[in-house]
Ligand binder design. Structure first.
Ligand code: CTP
Length: 406
């Protein structure tokens, strides 16, 4: 049984697609899952709690306090109990609450307390779905690490045709099955991820930097941690925050600091994911005092920084996987393949700045995974999904002999 022993919380909100959820509960129960249904008060108008409690064999929860039995339902306990949480269907209003932590019902409160992967399957009318506020909320939920189950095109309850129809229960069932399979494949593995830019000081107020936001590296750290890995994230200056408690964050500023931290952590790592945009050159000397503008022309002498990946290649053991990024603007495939070889990498993730929606500050990315054996272009996706795809590829294709059998 595919879901034997798995604990799943299903949150149902006020949308007509709620009538399909009893079927999903039935499918999950048949495969051995323990299902706890939470309904928002409006969801109860669309499908009866009796149907759901009968199928799930557990009383449906809507309120923290049951006035009939006097029983108290703990959102924290339930949030920690779940191996997986699914919002289906999720309405525009609940997504807005999830984004802003407006915990005015039991479902959203449980979501805020949850420690497990969270899936959300929106369902609404096509114009509601397209509304910029809604689209922004979906992006924010993804950036918090939640996994979107895209609504489908089709006839909607309003009789209009378009995107907004909740994915079918059978498909959601398959998505959850895959998600749980992936979940803990990297338990006890140590992964070192680098992210963000480096700042190379010119004087106390100026530096040489680059436009890297750290989004891709942070998303990778979260993706590895969501599979159970013990992650160390070494990051240059970035405003981003980590959410998974399995990520240990080390903040650095310069390429020299990054080299020193990565070198220290590398010997214990099973995988190194070098997604930082490390400066290639730094000022030969950083001035102690602010440089004054008292000349017409000024030139700055730069010297090469050590290439961190090449340095580490010298101490790499055969059991370790080393993965780099290549940011290119021309001859992308060729340049990336050269870097794969020169830096003795197991894989390189190619980003081309010529691809729309790819690169530094965007929320999306389009990458090609390059190994000695193959070149695999991925579709343009949210960076959190790209990160999940990269980690899946590593687990399925690169780690057979190194990570899995160790
Ligand atoms: N990298 C590194 N140390 C550096 C510079 C880059 O380890 N001093 C790593 C990056 O983190 C990335 C890979 O090398 O994983 C490729 O980085 P990229 O900037 O694309 O290429 P470079 O090697 O710097 O070469 P070039 O700038 O000439 O394209």
């Amino acid at each position: 049984m595919e879901f034997e022993g798995k604990k799943i919380v299903i949150g149902i909100t006020g949308s007509i697609a709620a009538y399909k959820i009893p079927l999903l509960v039935r499918l999950l129960k048949k495969e051995g899952a323990d299902v706890q249904v939470i309904m928002t008060p409006t969801a109860r108008d669309f499908v009866t709690p009796l149907t759901l409690s009968t199928l799930s064999e557990r009383p449906v929860i809507s309120e923290p306090f049951d006035s009939l039995t006097g029983e108290w339902n703990s959102h924290v306990d339930l949030g920690r109990w779940a191996d997986l949480m699914l919002f289906a269907p999720v309405s525009a209003s609940t997504m807005g609450k999830m984004v802003n932590a407006i915990a005015d019902n039991f479902l959203v409160t449980t979501y805020i307390a949850a420690k497990c992967p969270v899936y959300f399957a929106p369902a609404m009318d096509l114009d509601m779905f397209k509304h910029p506020a809604n689209q922004a909320n979906i992006k924010k939920l993804q950036s918090y690490g939640n996994i979107l189950i895209d609504p489908q095109e089709g006839e909607l309850a309003s009789r209009l045709k378009g995107a907004g129809r909740m994915e079918e229960p059978e498909v959601i069932f398959e998505i959850l099955k895959e998600g749980l399979k992936k979940k803990q494949t990297l338990t006890n593995k140590k992964v070192l991820v680098t992210a963000g830019p480096t700042y190379e000081r010119i004087d106390p107020v100026r530096y040489i930097g680059n436009f890297s936001s750290g989004k891709m590296g942070f998303a990778l750290a979260e993706a590895f941690a969501s599979r159970g890995a013990d992650v160390t994230l070494i990051t240059g200056p970035s405003n981003l925050k980590v959410s998974n408690p399995n990520i240990k964050r080390i903040d650095i500023e310069s390429s020299a600091e990054m080299l020193s931290e990565v070198k220290q952590a590398f010997s214990k790592a099973d995988i190194l994911m070098m997604s930082a945009a490390v400066a290639d050159f730094k000022p030969s000397t950083a001035q102690e005092q602010k440089i004054k503008k008292n000349t017409q022309h000024w030139s700055l002498e730069l010297e090469k920084t050590p290439d961190i990946l090449s340095e580490l290649a010298k101490q790499k053991s055969p059991r370790q996987l080393m993965i780099g990024f290549a940011l290119e603007t021309e001859n992308e495939q060729y340049n990336a393949s050269q870097k794969l070889e020169n830096k003795k990498l197991d894989m390189i993730v190619l980003n081309s700045l010529r691809d729309e929606g790819a690169g530094f500050a965007t929320d999306t990315n389009k990458v090609t995974l390059i190994t000695k054996q193959e070149q695999l272009p991925l579709d343009i996706k949210h960076k959190s999904e790209v990160a999940q795809d990269i980690v899946s590829y590593i687990v399925d294709n690169l780690s057979q002999t190194k990570i899995k059998d160790k």
